[in-house]
Design a protein around this ligand. Structure first.
Ligand code: ADP
Length: 453
């Protein structure tokens, strides 16, 4: 400010000196007036240039105006730069925030106070069929027309969710979505959507499983209770007593097998997959399996089965041997139980050319119609219910086999046709199969492990 006064006075003095020199005392007065006017004009021009720069958005460098106008322009420019940087940072933060919501596996829709869509992420767009651009400011009720959601929205009970059928749902591939509104701000709402198909399916499976187990246990229990009552109330002769006790023992065994299979399944589900450090000779597993199959055949009174058991010498398989044996025995036992008298059962291990090891059981039994094949490994799924029960089946054998195969990274192959017998095979990956090289003739050294290709 003082330099402004100095400049103003200087202009007047200069004008007065010039006027005085040219026209004496009157000229000095006129010169002082002209000097003051010149100062005003220059100042006005400077102010006007700063104003023009501001009107132009103050984007380029400020005009070179010294003095207070120059400082004003400079300070305005600095304040604008600071605000620009703050708004850039806020914009970047908003983008990062939106990107995080985009990455959410759940759908997110922001609704304004009128229930119109302000923004939605890709998941919500896909799940609810919203076009993030076209449907902007559309009322959510116009897009989500499910009556359950309309009732939920109208009732305002937002503490719970509502489950609706997804728009891509089909009888073969049902899709269920959970929707929940969360009020926030001034009348705004957040709509969250979540795919609950798997959760609902797991829930249904759990309920079916409990119902199936209860049913399976109830039948032998009812029979047992009936026999116990008969034994208590009727005076039976020795032969009848013995017959009843035999039947009771059969029912007790049936429950025992069921509980054992259930425990096996829950153990398989609850433990980590077996490593490849434990190697067992395939021949030893097969010998045990053969013993089980032959005794079952004898118990069922069908020892007229023709059996073939084969395993290449030196083949070893890696994994949990009790699990592998259980899977093999389940397949062999099914073959025995479903193949009529005189039928042929072949169980063999072989090393495939690509290094994998296959255990297969082939029978000449009744075979299985193709429509049943995809469901065979479901728990309690049976093609021939009465045959399964008669022969002590629990309906869990193939579910156990499937689990063991999965845990060993193996493939379960089922090949069967009605009237043409069945072949069930477990194919272990190459990493779980190896061939021991035979010891040199006369040599005393132990067999050496050779990894197969
Ligand atoms: P189950 O204890 O009833 O045998 P599984 O899970 O072992 O239960 O087998 C499921 C169903 O698959 C059986 O009920 C049976 O109908 C059919 N099945 C399994 N193996 C054979 C086979 N070798 N021949 C014909 N049907 C079979």
């Amino acid at each position: 400010m003082p330099d402004r006064i100095v400049a103003f006075v200087f202009c007047q003095l200069l004008g007065a000196a010039l006027g005085g020199w040219l026209a004496g005392e009157r000229g000095a007065f006129g010169g002082a007036l002209a000097g003051a006017l010149a100062w005003f004009v220059v100042d006005l021009v400077r102010g006007w240039r700063v104003l023009r720069w501001l009107r132009g958005g103050a984007e380029d460098e400020p005009p070179a105006a010294g003095g207070p106008w120059g400082e004003t322009a400079d300070r305005i420019r600095r304040a604008l730069r600071l605000r620009e940087r703050a708004s850039e940072e806020a914009g970047a933060r908003l983008q990062a925030f939106l990107a995080a919501i985009q990455a959410s596996p759940n759908g997110v829709v922001l609704l304004d106070a009128q229930g119109r869509i302000e923004w939605c992420n890709q998941t919500a767009a896909a799940q609810l069929g919203i076009d993030p651009e076209r449907d902007l400011l559309q009322h959510v009720g116009n897009l989500l027309r499910d009556p359950a959601f309309a009732d939920y929205n109208a009732a305002g009970a937002y503490y719970r969710d509502v489950v609706i059928t997804g728009r891509d749902s089909s009888p073969g591939r049902p899709v269920r979505l959970s929707l929940q509104l969360h009020p926030y701000g001034e009348g705004r709402k957040l709509l969250l959507s979540r795919d609950v198909t798997a959760v609902e399916q797991a829930d249904t499976m759990r309920r079916d499983f409990v119902a199936n187990v209860s049913h399976e246990v109830r039948t032998p229990l009812t029979v047992l209770a009936g026999f116990i009552e008969t034994l208590q109330q009727l005076p039976l002769d020795e032969a009848d007593r013995a017959r009843y006790l035999t039947l009771m023992s059969q029912q007790a065994h049936r429950m025992q097998s069921l509980v054992n299979d259930l425990l096996t399944l829950s153990r398989l589900e609850g433990s980590p997959s077996p490593g490849v450090s434990e190697w067992t000779a395939a021949g030893a597993l097969l010998a045990q399996c053969e013993q089980d199959a032959r005794s079952l055949s004898a118990v069922l009174g069908k020892d007229s089965h023709e059996f073939v058991f084969e395993s290449p010498a030196g083949l070893e398989v890696g994994g949990a041997s009790p699990e592998l044996l259980s899977a093999m025995s389940n397949l062999a036992s099914n073959a025995v139980r479903y193949t009529p008298v005189g039928g042929r059962i072949e169980a063999r291990w072989r090393l495939l050319p690509d290094g994998r090891a296959e255990f297969s059981v082939r029978d000449t039994g009744p075979g299985i119609p193709p429509e049943h094949l995809p469901r065979l490994t479901e728990r309690f799924y049976r093609v021939d219910r009465s045959r399964s029960r008669e022969t002590g089946g629990t309906g869990l054998g193939l579910a156990i086999v499937k689990h063991v195969a999965q845990r060993h990274g193996a493939e379960l192959r089922i090949d069967s046709q009605p009237g043409a017998g069945s072949t069930f095979a477990i194919v272990l990956p190459a990493a779980r199969a190896r061939m021991l090289t035979p010891p040199p003739p006369g040599g005393a050294s132990a067999p050496r492990a050779r990894a197969t290709p």
